[in-house]
Every structure is written in C-alpha cells, then in structure tokens.
Design a protein around this ligand. Sequence first.
Ligand code: C5P
Length: 415
Amino acid sequence: MGSLSGRRIVLGVTGSIAAYKAAHTVRELVKEGADVRVVMTPGAREFITPLTLGTLSKHPVHSELTEDRDAGTWTDHVELGLWGDVVLVAPATAHTLAGMVEGRGDSLLLTVLLSAKCPVVVAPAMDRDMFTHPATTENLAKLEQRGVHIIEPDSGELASGLSGKGRMAEPERIREELTSWFKERAPLMGFHALITSGPTHEPIDAVRYIGNRSTGRQGAAIALELAQRGMTVDFVSGPSTIPTDHPGIRRINVQTALEMDAAAKEALKNTPPDVIIGAAAVADIRPSEHFEGKTPKSELPESLRFVANPDILAGLNRLAPKGCFKIGFALAHGDGKEAALRKREAKGCDMVVLNSITDKGAGFGHTTNRVDFVHGPERIDSFELKTKEAVAEDLADIVQQTLSPRESTPASHSE
Ligand code: C5P
C-alpha cells in the first residue's frame, strides 16, 4: 500500500513552463495510491495537454467553468473543492498566487480554491526576479498566514537562462513533502470511526417521551476531534442541538434506541469502522406500546409497561471487523471502576471511558468532564477535570496510538 493511499488530491496546474513536470507529478502521486483529479488553468494548456494529464490521472481534466456551452452545463467547482483532502497547486504561478490572495474567481482553479474546505499546498514556479519581487514575497507570506503550505522552489538554472531560486520543486520532492505534511496534519486520515452519541427519546405518544439528560456534547467533541485528525466519521446522534459541522462527519439523526441501533448497524455494514465509540446515553427501556397522536390527559394510562432496548454497542462490537478498536462509556454513581471492568467484558469493548455523576463538573449537562480510561484490570488511566473538548483530545490520542502501528491496513480499506 502506497504512502498516499486513499488520499484525494485536486492537482491545480497553472501556466508556467514547469507545467510540463505535472505529468511526472501525477505519476508520482498515483504511484503512491493517491486519487488525483486535475484542474488546469487555460495558461497551463499552452504547455501540456489535458489528454496527457487525463490519461495519467485516469480522470477527465477540467479547465473551464462551462463544461459544455451548447448544453449549458458547468463544472461543479464546489463539488471538486469538497471532494479533495488537499488542493495542491503545482506549478503555482505568480498570477495564480496573486489571485488566491485577492480571492479572485476568474479561472476554474481559483473558484475551486475559493470553495475548498480542505487545506491547500502550493509549489511556486517562476523566474528568479519574479520570485524575489516584493509582491510575490508578500503574497506568499499572506497565504502562509492563512494556513497554505508552501513547497519552496529549488535554486538552479531557470527557463529564462537566469540562475537562482524559482524552479519548481521536483515531483519526487513534492510527493515526499506532501506525504509528511499529510502525516503531521491528518495522522488519522484513511481511518473510519462509527460513533453513537446523545440521548434517545422513547415515545409514550406523539408528544411525551422517556429520555435522559444527555446533551451529546462529549460525543460531538470526539467526532470533531477525530475528523480534524483526518478520520471520516459516521455519527449516529439521538436528539441533540450540539453541532458537528465538518466535511469528514456524516451525521445521522435518530430519536429512539431502535432507530439508533438500525442506523448504526447500517453504517457499520456500509463502511467497516476502525474504531467504534459508544458515547450515546441509550435509554435502557422503552414503553412496550406507544399511542398515535396526543393522548388526552384523562385517557393516559395509570401505569406504563416497559420492554428492554437492545444493547447497541454490544451488538456493534459483535459485528465489528477484526482489529477494530471498540470503546464504550460508563456513567457511574460513585467509584464505578469494578462496574466499568464488568461492562468492558460484557459488551466486548477494548476500553471503557468511565465518568461519575458524583464527580463535580462531570457527566450530563456540564461542559467539563472527569474520566478514567479503563483498559483492563492492569491499566486504568485517570485524568483531571477538563473540558469535554480536552477529554476528546485524550481519547483521540489513544485512538491514534492504537491505530498508527497498523497504519498501512485500515479496516475500512482492507477489502
Ligand atoms: O450498560 P450501560 O448503559 O451502563 O453501558 C454504557 C455503554 O453502553 C455506553 O457506551 C452506551 O453507549 C452503550 N449502550 C448501548 N446500548 C444500550 C445501553 C448502553 O449502546 N442499550
């Protein structure tokens, strides 16, 4: 498996003589397993043909905003920007760099860059005097400030006959820098998580329900942290108003435990997870029957009968692919270490995150939490009271330590 396996790269090629190296760049990236879609500026087509880059990338090359003038169709730059894990502009001309700084949208590539949610990497290529011009220096500094990663050009003989800095980095160096940049920035890219989160609401009738005080804040923080580290996340959430906006998160909203169970199983079947995290506070029981519409007060039954809900996490763990890291939560009253250890066994988890409602500032409704990571009888790691976002970071660290040794064979990619 290649060092860029599964990475989705939008390669922007602009009108520098170094555009001829784009063929080599595409080959380097594809050879390492990347999926590459090429976007060329009209200027780039003067130096290399779309046919060459389309053949090497095995995908059509786009360069115009209007795809087919007669049919009135246009190239979906938003879709391209959302598709990529990164937009790499190589070579990047002084012209396109200036357009990026100003936020101009006068080429398809610039509109892709404006709508991209993913990070951007540029490999500048230009003549020595253009590269050292204060305008270029300032533009590169501004882009760097906005988080754009710059692959420095090489020094050497330039097409103009001058000698100096401005030659685009060789495709091998671009591939190497991109690989280590990915590792550093998104160490969990290529891995997939399945998370259940929030409470469940079990209906009595159309307006009344049995539920609990979970807000879904801890589960949401975990989903966001994992997505920021590059994971794709299926996030099955009971009723919760906490947002989880991130292109890596697919949120599936449910109300009841039965809906959560079905949605999580469906997600697991579609994309085998590398990690399962059961952060949901599932209602253990549901009314054995519920009424359509709103039952008038006078007709409400004096007592309700309940039936047990399925243990969603235990079920998911049984269906999990081999090697999947399985994490459960346990909410205790007082010291719950023994109970957490039993839960770990009973539900088939590798680790249980224990929190106690008797710890000040921990559990439902708080923005903070105090947890223990129960790995087994021999290893229980205790943490201080901290924000739920910081707890999510600690959890993501454990996920990373567990998954990174088998980086080359994520379960979601093992078919
Ligand atoms: O048994 P208990 O509810 O204490 O276990 C808590 C853990 O099990 C949590 O990870 C929770 O998401 C999961 N769970 C579940 N389905 C249930 C009950 C709990 O997935 N019906």
